[in-house]
Design a protein around this ligand. Structure first.
Ligand code: GDP
Ligand code: MG
Length: 173
């Protein structure tokens, strides 16, 4: 690979309302966490630059503005995306079922080289866990997705998630 490669990539967030998409983006982009944050508040767009050894990745991060409430997103939301992060809440089986449907939708409409991650969020609420990590990991592996568990509240695995995706985008080039 050429040194000092600069890659610009659109990254979209999908997942049920309340899964923690906005909280993950805000945690990553601003290093902040708001308890009980109003779901649709927060910017719908953030640009972040990551430096990885000899590559620079500029991520244009798209967060939903609440349209997921209706279990649908306009195709223009993920059109042109190079990467997608599908988030569920580990304390909600429903959000996990929905996450799998978002993955299906992306696989049908997205590009075949789309870099995808499945993320179980709210891992700080371990005592309320409904979705097993092994179950989600097996599903992700079978579908060619990267899997991790995060907490926007404690910041666990949040920057690691973005770094992993950025590395995968660099490898694609
Ligand atoms: P979105 O609808 O997917 O964007 O979800 P939000 O980011 O708005 O989060 C929904 C609710 O879950 C808010 O009350 C957040 O404070 C809370 N939340 C988000 N991430 C976490 C987390 O990692 N742990 C805990 N305990 N709560 C979280
Ligand atoms: Mg949101």
């Amino acid at each position: 690979m050429e040194s000092n490669a600069v890659i610009q990539a659109k990254l979209v967030f999908l997942g049920d309302l309340g899964a923690g998409k906005t909280s993950i983006v805000v945690r990553f982009a601003k290093g902040l966490y708001y308890e009980g944050q109003e779901s649709t508040i927060g910017a719908a767009f953030f640009s972040q630059v990551l430096s990885l050894g000899d590559a620079t990745v500029k991520l244009d991060i798209w967060d939903t503005a609440g349209q997921e409430r209706y279990h649908s997103l306009a195709p223009m939301y993920y059109r042109g995306a190079a990467a997608a992060i599908v988030v569920f809440d580990i304390t909600s089986t429903d959000s996990y079922m929905r996450a799998k449907r978002w993955v299906d939708e992306l696989q049908r409409q997205g590009n075949p080289h789309l870099v995808m991650a499945l993320v179980g969020n709210k891992v700080d609420l371990e005592e309320r866990r409904q979705v097993g990590a092994q179950e989600a990991m097996d599903y992700a592996e079978a579908n060619g997705l990267f899997f991790t568990e995060t907490s926007a509240k404690t910041a666990q695995n949040v920057s690691e998630l973005f770094l992993e995706l950025a590395e995968r985008l660099v490898k694609l080039k």
